[in-house]
Write a protein that binds this ligand. Structure first.
Ligand SMILES: NC(=O)c1ccc[n+]([C@@H]2O[C@H](COP(=O)([O-])OP(=O)(O)OC[C@H]3O[C@@H](n4cnc5c(N)ncnc54)[C@H](OP(=O)(O)O)[C@@H]3O)[C@@H](O)[C@H]2O)c1
Length: 253
């Protein structure tokens, strides 16, 4: 069993946050920066300039990435300097809508280019990170890799239908992660995966759909970040991969 809280009781821990402008990621970075057990937080986003300023001094390092394989492999090469200390990775990227695409209500709404885009952001980019992180995490003990998925990606839980590309891309992400976890169990033994559903959270991603959600079910990013960190600390991650919600409940695959 992975004793997560024991692993981070030592100081000098490093956390890596990818997709770091996500509102939930911003709250995670703040929590981690205020945690004395962490000495470095590496934050990565499309949206940072190389000289991004931080209110946390040198504790947070900012990297810009266009999420191409070239950029991801280059950053992972630099992350090797933290080998032996990386105890947390968070991959927060996700897209539901943008100026060109909206979640599909009916099968007639499916457009190949939108399916490609949503799969690229929600399933492919996270896996490219995991591919290049594999050698970086090879000898870590007690590292938890959290990837933001969504309950809507649960095949068993699909009762309402709709939102084809978002739903299917998160289901694909879950399967890709489960497959990676089986491989890591053999060769990157100290790493566990947490597939995380944050619940409906007040961020740009959910903004257009919040009118359908009751106020007590619309969470603040700070609350979700606290729930996630408590879940990781809670010693319940005793398998190579688990799919959990913000409330600590396991979600069927
Ligand atoms: N909010 C919710 O209600 C909710 C519910 C279920 C699941 N989730 C999941 O939670 C995660 C975090 O979402 P959030 O609610 O915090 O959303 P958010 O604040 O809108 O953040 C969007 C995230 O997606 C990345 N992203 C957006 N467009 C991208 C693109 N074209 N290419 C690469 N990356 C892109 C951003 O990375 P950069 O920093 O690089 O821009 C950022 O990490 C997502 O995976 C989402 O699917 C959210």
């Amino acid at each position: 069993m992975l004793k997560n809280s024991q692993d981070t009781n030592k100081t000098g821990n490093v956390a890596i946050v990818i997709g770091a402008t996500s509102r939930i990621a911003v709250s995670l970075i703040e929590d981690l920066a205020n945690d004395v057990r962490f000495t470095k937080i590496v934050a990565i986003s499309r949206q940072f300039s190389d000289k991004a300023e931080t209110s946390f001094g040198h504790k947070v390092s900012y990297f810009q990435s266009d999420y191409s394989e070239k950029s991801i492999s280059k950053i992972c090469e630099q992350l090797r300097s933290h080998k032996g200390k990386i105890s947390r990775v968070f991959i927060c990227n996700g897209i539901l809508h943008d100026s060109h695409l909206q979640p599909e209500k009916r099968i007639e709404d499916i457009k190949p280019e939108n399916l490609h885009k949503v799969f690229e952001v929600n399933a492919i980019i996270p896996m490219i990170w995991i591919k290049f992180l594999k050698p970086v995490l090879a000898n870590e003990q007690g590292c938890v890799v959290t990837v933001f998925s969504a309950r809507i990606g649960s095949i068993e839980d699909n009762r309402k239908g709709g939102w084809y590309s978002y739903r299917a891309s998160k289901a694909a992400l879950n399967m890709l992660l489960k497959t990676a976890a089986i491989e890591f169990e053999r060769v990157v033994k100290g790493t566990r995966f947490l597939v995380f559903h944050p619940g409906t959270t007040d961020t740009p991603l959910s903004k257009p759909f919040q009118k359908y959600v009751s106020q007590n079910k619309l969470f603040k990013p700070e609350f979700v970040a606290d729930q996630l960190l408590a879940l990781i600390e809670g010693n319940s991650l005793d398998k190579s991969i688990q799919f959990y919600g913000w409330d600590g409940e396991e979600i069927p695959w």
